[in-house]
Structures are given as C-alpha cells and as structure tokens.
Design a protein around this ligand. Structure first.
Ligand code: ADE
Length: 393
C-alpha cells in the first residue's frame, strides 16, 4: 500500500502561494514532529514512565530549573517520597530540605497539600482528568495538561514558556507571549491538532523542540528542526524578533549584611517567618543594609574576631538581594556577652539555633539566597564539625 511520507503533505502545502494558517502550519508538521521526537528524544529519568505521580513531580521541578539540575533532585525526592501517600505524610522540614536549592518553596508545600487531597479523595491516584487536576493546589494549566497527556494520553495542551516560543515562531505570531490571552490562544491551537493516545508524545515533542532546537538563548538550530519547512519566523528571518515579550518591571534591590556567627564550633541560624518570602526556611543572621568593616567590627565587639566574606547577590522574581558578609568568631565571649552580641545584630524574639556543619547540611533547609555563605562554610571547614582555625583580624 502506498504511504505518503510525512513530508509530502508539507510539499503540497508549500506549492500553494497563499499564507498558511497557524493550524495548517502545526498540523502539517504533526507527523514529522512526532517522528523526530521518537528518534531524537533525550533519555530522561521521567520519560520511561506513565506513572502520573512521577510525571507530576518532574514537571513541577522542571518549572524551577534546567533538566540537568533537576535530575539529582528528582532521584532524591523519589527516594524520600516514593508514593503520593508518602508525600502526603512528609514532615514539612524534610520536604523543604529535599527541595533546598530549587527555590519557590511554595511549590513544595503545594505538592504536599495536593498529595493530601489525592490521598483522601482519589485513593492516592492522580485523577485522569484535566479539570480535576486543575483543581489541585499548585497545578495550573500547563502541569494539568502535561500530566493528563503524558500519563493518561488525554488530548490536553501543555503550553509553557518554551512551547510558546516554538509556537509563536512557527506561526509567526508577534503577540506578547507573557499575556494570558496569548497563552490561551496557543492552547486552543494545540487542541485543534493533538490526538488521543499520542498526546503525551506530541506535547513532549513540542517541549523537546523548545529545549534543544528552538533554544531560549542564542540562535535556534533551524536546519535540524522538525518545523523547518513550515516555520514562519525561520522563513522570514524573524527568529531574532519572535517571540515578543513585554519588558518586565525592574526588580527592587535590597541590601543586606550576612553574619556567619561562629560560637564554640557551631554556627548561628534562625527560622524565617511563616509567611512571605522564603517562609519557614532557615537563614544565617542578617541585617538590612551593608555594614562597613568598621561598623561590623563595632557590632562584633572587642572580644570577637571578624573577617570579611565575599559579596553575594541573589535574584528572586521581584527582588534582588545584594549582600556583603562577615564571619564573626565569638569563642572568647561568655554566654551573656553572646546575648548582647545577638541583640546588637538586631536579633528579636526569634530563637537562634547553634548548629554544626553536619546539621546545616542534612537537617535545616537553607535557601539558595544564602548559598555563597553556606558554601564558604563547607569549603572552610570541610569535615563534619566546625573546627578551630587560625585567623587574623
Ligand atoms: N521541561 C518541562 N517538561 C519537560 C519534560 N517532560 N521533559 C523535558 N523537559 C521538560
């Protein structure tokens, strides 16, 4: 029996002079896209499964960071919380520790909340419906579509920022991809072509194209792209202009001084407030504003030894922290003097914990914002506990 090659339909379309509609562009690339994906897809730990729980966790993690960075988190998470029930029962601190470094800790908390609902209302199995998935905490349109299509083959769109880039280039759309209305339009476009059963591969093929061909930074590899023959941006040399993104608001800059206060082989940390940025995580003592060396020395007092630490910067979505830091070695202080020092550090009623390096590494979730200072401690002290070291003023 004669079977047309996937590219034949493209040649037919191409032979007409008129402008192709978005749907024609996408549907005519459907077969080439699927066969390209099936041949070239990366072997990723969450790809060999249709287990909705695993797909859910991987998709939430992939919203945080790059594939390579997600892998160790994914393995560790699955070891700690292998089932929905285990996640529902997770002690919050253990969960946050597992998430440490991924950022957006509310996502980890929402995972647990959703796991509790799935355990209570769905017998521990993620519901096989986009709408039911959407009703769970932390599951939005993209994640619901990804789980529904990859785990259950349901023809639901999974359009994230990377897929928006691919689709706006393919269709030549100059609309702002940060607008919800544009995202909805692209989801509707995907819905017109996606097919039952193949939906998971189709969505992942779009995701994969965005990750390895139609890349977010730098030149896209159009010559290798399954959309090559139908992509409007490629044909018109517009990949530098599309996608269009409205400029983001400037971030607020906050200056801080981080103090690594060492006392008798332990470091001072405290728990952050239960709401707001980095809620309930642990942090090193820090003060608003950048203290000069003189100010920091005065604050540390005569009996303490002080050393300047490198500056660090951390970027959140709406704020940037610009930090300087000091190591304060307070071994010579009596305990009453230590309380005085903590009071001068602006320490309010929040209890301060003194922990060793092992506890810092294994037990207390410290957000990435403080990573430069945590790394400093790890490099400086290496072993299990903080050890005495020689230091000059
Ligand atoms: N980014 C978001 N979802 C992904 C997936 N399933 N595979 C690879 N990269 C992704």
């Amino acid at each position: 029996m004669y079977r047309p090659s996937p590219y034949e339909s493209l040649q037919t379309l191409y032979s007409t002079d008129r402008e192709l509609s978005p749907k024609e562009r996408l549907s005519s690339a459907y077969a080439p896209l699927l066969s390209w994906y099936r041949k070239n897809k990366r072997d990723l730990p969450w790809r060999g499964t249709t287990d909705a729980y695993r797909i859910w966790i991987s998709e939430i993690m992939l919203q945080q960071t790059r594939v390579e960075a997600v892998k160790p988190y994914y393995f560790r998470f699955m070891e700690h919380f292998p089932t929905v029930e285990a996640l529902a029962d997770a002690p919050e601190e253990e969960l946050l520790k597992c998430w440490e470094g991924l950022g957006y800790y509310s996502r980890a908390r929402n995972l647990k909340k959703a796991a509790e609902i799935i355990t209570e209302q769905y017998g521990g199995k993620l519901p096989a419906s986009r709408e039911a998935l959407l009703s769970l905490p932390g599951i939005g349109s993209y994640t619901a579509g990804a789980i529904a299509s990859i785990a259950y083959g349901i023809p639901a769109p999974a359009v994230d920022g990377n897929v928006l880039r691919v689709l706006s280039r393919v269709t030549g759309s100059r609309e702002d991809i940060l607008k919800q209305s544009v995202k909805r339009k692209m989801e509707e476009l995907v819905l017109t072509v996606i097919r039952e059963g193949e939906a998971g591969d189709f969505n992942q093929a779009l995701i994969e194209t965005g990750a390895v061909i139609c890349v977010p930074n730098g030149e896209p590899l159009c010559g290798e792209c399954p959309f090559y023959t139908v992509c409007a941006a490629c044909a018109q040399g517009l990949t530098g202009e599309i996608p269009v993104k409205s400029p983001k608001k400037k971030r607020k800059i906050e200056e801080k001084t981080v103090l690594l206060l060492e006392y008798r082989e332990k470091i001072a940390i405290r728990k952050r407030k239960d709401d707001g940025l980095l809620a309930s995580l642990y942090e090193f003592i820090n003060l608003p504003g950048k203290l000069s060396g003189k100010e920091a020395t005065a604050l540390a007092g005569e009996k303490a030894i002080i050393r300047k630490l490198p500056d660090a910067k951390h970027i959140f979505s709406h704020t940037e922290w610009h930090m300087n830091g000091y190591l304060i070695l307070a071994d010579e202080l009596a305990e009453e003097d230590l309380d005085g020092l903590l009071a001068r550090c602006g320490q309010d009623d929040t209890p301060v914990l003194f922990v060793n390096l092992e506890e810092l590494k294994e037990t207390y979730p410290i957000p990435n914002a403080f990573m430069a200072y945590k790394k400093y401690l790890e490099q400086q002290y290496g072993g299990d506990a903080l050890e005495k070291h020689d230091i000059s003023v």
